[in-house]
Design a protein around this ligand. Structure first.
Ligand code: RAT
Ligand code: ZN
Length: 453
């Protein structure tokens, strides 16, 4: 008996066409845990975004509209949301062909929901979304996207969000929190007075007492939100170690909190905020970062589990190499400007070659509910194709895989690695606001700062 005959006897798939079909099916039907989104559960009310107007005014599409139309950013921002959505539709979908990834995404969503992808205007789509109940719609979308769990981005300084955490008794259990650290880590100067207003005695000049106070603040929010992890975006020029307030907050607050509460820290490196401020939420850019800073953090904090993604294409290979050196480092996702089929293909290939299945191939970064349909649909196609190539190469080398092995590999990448990293999904108590937090939440009424995270 040949080796291949032995493998076939054990259920392996030596036929390439069949292998491809099985891989495509497994990747399509394995429910994913979406480890980074900006979605909020329906209980967050108007902060939970869905529908055609939200889809079309997604910041990725705003910049594309401004490139194809003779209109200034100021003129665009002066319009109301439905006028903006009408203009985006007319510009990118009627007068131009929706070839970019973000425009094709809208097409994928419309066709999944049975809506006309070539409509002259938005009346049909608007009527459709008006007729939906949000609760039912969430189920349909999660089902179509095959997403079992959504990880939100939660800002403990957002007055609007805090009100919900304070009062809502039962937040949809499929939606999990992330404690977002950007304001603390990246905007310490403005965060100090805010913490003081909230009753925490913190001074701008870092002291042991200040650090303890901020950790007390985090402890309260960890008890309330039960986050799956903490997360922070970092600029392209991020250095570790450094002599700035960011270094102090990381060393004295964030990393000790990760150790104390056993929480992983997700770092998203390489953003250049406000490259073109006139574009507001759409004005951020990308820059090449220094992966050795992350390596130093992993080496100094071996007991902290890091999830990491870099925004620059040029950092991807170094990230894979760093992950080979540090088993407390988990690469994840193809972030933001990298979330395009050509780049996802390249990054996923590279990761498979260097790390096997020990990485998390994608997150959606969805801000609007229905984006889950396209972001996962498009990424799954690429992940399946890339996996097929790897299995085919393996077959050429003399090892055929079984359907069970394909399922094991895909499940590991789409959910297992994350679950293992965070030690399982936490459960939130659902017995009412009093149980959510021991301490009364004090939030002065203040308009929320508009952020891109
Ligand atoms: O992808 C995005 O929508 C960006 O605007 C950012 O929010 C980024 O993903 C982040 O989390 O900072
Ligand atoms: Zn994001």
């Amino acid at each position: 008996m040949t080796i291949m005959e032995k493998l076939v006897e054990r259920g392996a798939l030596p036929d390439v066409a069949q292998l491809r079909r099985e891989v495509a099916e497994v990747v399509k039907t394995t429910p994913v845990i979406d480890i980074h989104t900006h979605l909020l559960a329906p209980e967050f009310g108007e902060m939970s975004l869905f529908g055609i107007d939200e889809l079309l005014t997604y910041h990725y599409l705003i910049v594309e509209t401004l490139r194809s139309r003779n209109i200034t950013a100021e003129q665009f921002w002066d319009m109301n949301m439905s006028e903006q959505a009408d203009l985006v539709w007319k510009t990118l979908f009627v007068e131009n062909t929706p070839l970019s990834e973000a425009t094709r995404g809208v097409v994928t969503v419309l066709s999944a929901l049975g809506l006309d992808t070539g409509a002259p205007d938005l009346s049909e789509a608007r009527a459709f979304f008006r007729s939906r109940s949000l609760a039912e719609h969430v189920n349909v979308v999660l089902d179509l996207a095959c997403v079992s769990d959504v990880v939100m981005t939660n800002d403990p300084f957002s007055t609007q969000e805090v009100k919900v955490w304070e009062t809502c008794t039962d937040i949809d259990k499929r939606f999990h929190a992330t404690l977002r650290m950007d304001r603390l880590v990246n905007d310490w100067e403005h965060t100090v007075p805010r913490l003081n207003q909230l009753g925490y005695q913190v001074e701008a000049r870092g002291s042991a007492k200040s650090a303890a106070e901020v950790r007390r603040f985090l402890g309260k929010w960890i008890a309330t939100m039960r986050p799956v992890c903490m997360a922070v975006s970092l600029p392209a020029e991020f250095k570790f170690p450094d002599n700035d307030s960011r270094d102090w907050v990381l060393r004295e607050v964030a990393l000790p909190a990760a150790q104390e509460h056993g929480l992983a820290l997700a770092v998203m490196v390489g953003v250049r905020r406000g490259v073109n401020p006139a574009l507001r939420v759409a004005g951020d850019g990308a820059g090449r970062a220094d992966v050795t800073s992350l390596e130093r953090m992993c080496a100094e904090y071996p007991d902290v589990r890091f999830l990491a993604t870099f925004l620059s294409r040029e950092n991807q290979h170094e990230l894979c190499v760093a992950a080979r050196k540090f088993s407390n480092l988990m690469p994840f996702g193809c972030w933001w400007f990298l979330n395009n089929p050509s780049i996802i293909t390249e990054i996923t290939r590279e990761r498979l070659e260097l790390l096997g299945t020990s990485f998390i191939p994608q997150h959606s970064d969805a801000r609007i509910l229905e984006q889950l349909i396209y972001k996962w649909g498009h990424s799954r196609d690429v992940i399946a194709e890339t996996l097929c190539e790897s299995y085919e190469r393996l077959l050429q080398s003399g090892r055929a895989v079984t359907r069970q092995e394909i399922e094991r590999d895909v499940t590991r990448m789409l959910r297992g690695n994350f679950l293992e990293w965070i030690g399982g999904l936490p459960t939130r108590p659902s017995t009412g606001p009093a149980a959510l937090t021991a301490e009364k939440v004090r939030q002065p009424e203040e308009p929320d700062v508009v952020t891109t995270y």
